[in-house]
Structure formats: structure tokens, C-alpha cells
Ligand binder design. Structure first.
Ligand code: UD1
Ligand code: CA
Length: 464
């Protein structure tokens, strides 16, 4: 029978060194909270049990990172990493097998590395294995102290280390694989005899070694992957690393990045083949972009669904919107929540669209506000058209049919229905529904006062 696998993720700490009012594990890399990243990497191991130990902002952490198969254990006081694992004990009462321990602040961990580590632990029949890595600058990490024959002896925290120990470059990644019965017995025996007065998980290594149990220190190949985040600076470095990985990933998948270093991806973004992305483009949230699209550059695109062959001209902000195949948007356009462009629709310069459907091949190319509207196909919305959707109390909808021609500088006072094939003359304020095929215009002619300018100037001159 295969040995059972449990996972414990330590995520109860505030993360003092972040100097934040937000729990450290809720800070994000490539748009995804640190803890959610670690959860996903460990979920793909298909563990029999997955427990995250939370404490600081527990409710919020659980809300943001919770999901099927994830259990949460509460560590009421943050009394150290050893005490944190102990807080998960009640979730493992009847459990026999290995427990993988990882920290919630190690966001770039991959499932492959964890898998390799667990296989190594099992192949050596180890009671305890710890994943280590050698760093040029071991900074504040715990140091891995080995005996002269290369066996692991113990781990010492930087704060408690001698000068000689501090010179050691092999560090503790805080990723462990431990047999469950040894683990919880060892945690019971921990003493907070160190500079921080905390119960250190690291001390179980010396316990295993001194009782003669098989103990392994396994070196990871890639230091970048196992690094923890303790400060804003480390967070920024991790972000950089992840962005570089995502750029490589999308280029390998057939996406052209004209200036890769200035294109920023969130983790869950997807992009089709032969799409070209210009400089200074931010792709956020759950944005998906189809094949053969062209995004000229300086674009901020969040939670949008973009079809195939779409052209996003220079400088746009698009959020929570949908763009059909061959649609065009920009330059200088703003699509807000609930903007839906059917195929071949075109939204141009200085046009804002909110919570509106724009029908197939319908165009609004200049200086318009379209809000709470539904527009049919093959319509044209002239420059300076405004849907007056809000009276200060309520929002109202505007419906515009197929093939409607809306003249420039039109004011559409909602609620309003303009039926198919209507012509709206330029500079019309439309307050009432218009039947299909009609022309609508305001009757008042412009008044002309001849000689008015000269008279006005003379009057102003008199005042001086
Ligand atoms: C820890 C290790 C150190 C290792 C480093 C790797 C200890 C004592 N030290 O140090 O050897 O090199 O990780 O990144 O284990 N946490 C709790 N409850 C607590 C304390 C911490 O849940 O009471 C959680 C934190 O939220 C964090 C993780 O444990 O996710 C690690 O804690 P942190 O304070 O960052 O430990 P380090 O000082 O980095
Ligand atoms: Ca840490």
C-alpha cells in the first residue's frame, strides 16, 4: 500500500518585516496571493490531507484562499514555526504516513520539486528530510550544520548562530517531509530556548539526529524556487522572477512580445497563438486573449475576454469586458464593467462604454459615453453622443436598434428605445421613444443676432 501523504502549510504569521496591515501570505505575486500559490503547488501532489495553519487575519485568509479539499487550523498565538505545526495536530489524529511541511511565504515552489523531494525521502526510508539550498548570500535564513562526514547535524537560526555558523552557505528552505508519529512527538518536546523565545520547528532536526533516526538534508537545484518572502524588497524580486518566467512561457507558446520586459502578466491570463503584444501592457486577473490579436501597447486589461483577431489600439483601459472576434478598440478608449462588443464592433478615441452591448459591426469611434445601453448591429454612433443614464437617483437603459444612425452631438435621455433604421439628426436631444424607420430632430432653429459681437465689445470697452 502506498504511504499516505499529508501537507501542512504554515501561514499564521503577520510577517512583521513586511510592515503591512495585511497578513504576509495575502500579498501577491503575479496577482495571486502567496498562500494560494503554495496551496495550488501542493494540491497537485494529490495529498490525502491538506491543512493550512492560519492565525493573523484568519477569516480573511480563509476567505481568499479557501477551496475544496483545503482544511484550516487555527494557531491562536504566533509562538513559532514548531508551535504552528502543532496547531494542525488535531487534523492528523488517525493519520499514518508522511507529512510535507511548507511555508505559505514561498510562492515559486513547484509541484515537480516537491514531488522529487518526497520521492527522495521515501527512497531513503528517512524519518525526517529537509530541503536545503546553497546561497551566495544566506542572509537571515537558518543555516544547515553538517558533521565532518557530511551528515546533517542540526539547523541553527541566523540570530542564534556563531560567526562560524553564519559563514555556512547551505540554508534551510523550511520544506520538510516527516513521518507523522515522530513529528508530533518531537513537537511536544520543543523548548523555546533561543533568541526569539519561540518554538522552532527547525529543532526537530537535532532531535531526529540525536535519537539516531534516518535524517536527510536534500539539496534543491534552483535557489530561486525555494526562496521565502519576508520583506517588500524580496516580494518585488520574486515578482520580477515570476514575470520573467511568464514572459518566457508565453513566448514559447507562440505569442510575440515586442518588448518582453515591459509586458506584465497575472498568473491566470491565457493568450492564443500568433497574438502580438506591444510594450507597456498589463494583463491582469482572469483575462483571456484569443489568437492573432494585436495589442499595440500601453494597455491595462483586467478580467476581459477577448476573442480572435481583435485589434487593441494604443493606450486603453479595459476591465471586466468582452470583445468579440475582429473587434477593435482604442486608441484612448475605456471599456468598463459589463461592456460587451459583438464581432467586428469598433470603439474609438475617447469613448467610454459601461454595462452595454454593442452589436455586430456597430461603431462608436469618437468622444462618446455609452452606459446601460443595448445597441443592435450595423449602427453608427456619431461623435459626441451621450447616453444620459442617471438622474442622480436611478440608472435607466437605452435601447438602440439595428442600422440606426446617431448624428454627432446627440443626447439620449434614458429610459429610451430607438427602433431599427432610425436616423437621429445631429445635435438632437431625444427624450421619447422613436418608431422604426423615422427621422428624429429638434425643431427649434438656431437664433441669429446680426451685429451682436461688435455691440458686446463696445459695451465691455465702456466698463473699463
Ligand atoms: C524560517 C526557518 C528558517 C528558514 C526560513 C526559510 C524557523 C525557526 N526558521 O525562518 O530556518 O531558513 O524559514 O524561509 O522555522 N509561522 C506561523 N506561526 C508562527 C510563526 C511562523 O504560522 O508562529 C509561519 C509564517 O506565517 C511563515 C512561516 O511560518 O509563513 C515561516 O515563518 P517566518 O517567520 O517567515 O520564518 P523565518 O524567519 O523566515
Ligand atoms: Ca520566512
Amino acid at each position: 500500500m502506498q504511504t499516505a501523504l499529508g501537507v501542512v502549510i504554515l501561514a499564521a504569521g503577520l510577517g512583521k518585516r513586511m510592515r503591512s496591515s495585511q497578513a504576509k501570505v495575502l500579498h501577491r505575486v503575479a496577482g495571486k496571493p502567496l498562500l494560494a500559490r503554495v496551496l495550488h503547488a501542493t494540491q497537485r501532489l494529490h495529498p490525502d490531507r491538506l491543512v493550512a495553519v492560519i492565525g493573523y487575519q484568519a477569516a480573511e485568509v480563509q476567505r481568499v484562499c479557501g477551496g475544496a479539499g483545503i482544511e484550516f487550523a487555527l494557531q491562536r498565538e504566533q509562538r513559532g514555526t514548531g508551535n504552528a505545526v502543532l496547531a494542525a495536530r488535531s487534523h492528523f489524529c488517525d493519520f499514518r504516513g508522511d507529512i510535507l511541511i511548507v511555508c505559505g511565504d514561498t510562492p515559486l515552489l513547484t509541484t515537480a520539486t516537491l514531488n522529487g523531494f518526497i520521492q527522495h525521502h521515501r527512497a531513503r526510508h528517512a524519518t525526517l528530510s529537509v530541503l536545503t539550498v546553497c546561497l551566495d548570500d544566506p542572509a537571515s535564513y537558518g543555516r544547515v550544520i553538517r558533521t565532518s562526514d557530511g551528515q546533517i547535524h542540526r539547523i541553527v537560526e541566523a540570530r542564534d548562530a556563531t560567526a562560524e555558523e553564519l559563514a555556512v552557505q547551505e540554508i534551510n528552505t523550511s520544506i520538510y517531509c516527516v513521518q507523522a508519529d515522530f513529528l508530533f512527538a518531537a513537537l511536544e518536546r520543543l523548548q523555546p530556548l533561543n533568541a526569539q523565545g519561540e518554538y522552532y520547528l527547525t529543532d526537530i532536526v537535532a532531535q531526529a539526529v540525536s535519537t539516531g533516526l534516518p535524517t536527510q538534508a536534500v539539496r534543491a537545484a534552483d535557489p530561486g524556487e525555494v526562496g521565502g518572502i519576508n520583506s517588500r524588497e524580496e516580494l518585488a524580486l520574486m515578482e520580477k522572477t515570476r514575470q520573467a518566467q511568464l514572459r518566457s512561457h508565453w513566448m514559447a507558446a507562440g505569442v510575440t512580445l515586442e518588448d518582453p520586459d515591459t509586458v506584465y502578466f497575472d498568473e491566470d491570463v491565457t493568450i492564443g497563438q500568433d497574438t502580438v503584444i506591444g510594450p507597456n501592457t498589463h494583463l491582469k486577473g482572469k483575462t483571456s486573449i484569443g489568437a492573432r490579436c494585436h495589442i499595440d501597447g500601453s494597455a491595462y486589461i483586467e478580467d476581459c475576454r477577448i476573442g480572435d483577431d481583435v485589434h487593441v489600439h494604443f493606450s486603453v483601459v479595459l476591465s471586466e469586458s468582452e470583445l468579440g472576434n475582429q473587434a477593435e478598440v482604442g486608441p484612448f478608449a475605456h471599456l468598463r464593467k459589463g461592456a460587451v462588443l459583438a464581432a467586428r464592433a469598433e470603439i474609438g478615441n475617447f469613448v467610454e462604454v459601461k454595462k452595454s452591448f454593442i452589436g455586430e459591426h456597430t461603431k462608436a469611434k469618437h468622444l462618446s459615453y455609452i452606459g446601460d445601453a443595448e445597441i443592435g448591429r450595423d449602427a453608427n454612433i456619431g461623435a459626441g453622443t451621450i447616453t444620459c443614464n442617471y438622474d442622480g437617483f436611478h440608472k435607466y437603459r437605452t435601447k438602440i436598434g439595428d442600422r440606426v444612425q446617431v448624428g454627432s452631438d446627440t443626447t439620449l435621455v434614458a429610459p429610451l428605445t430607438i427602433h431599427d433604421d432610425v436616423y437621429i439628426a445631429t445635435a438632437t436631444t431625444v427624450r421619447h421613444d422613436v418608431p422604426a424607420g423615422a427621422l428624429v430632430f429638434n425643431t427649434r432653429q438656431e437664433a441669429v443676432r446680426e451685429g451682436w459681437t461688435a455691440a458686446k465689445r463696445a459695451k465691455e470697452a465702456e466698463k473699463k
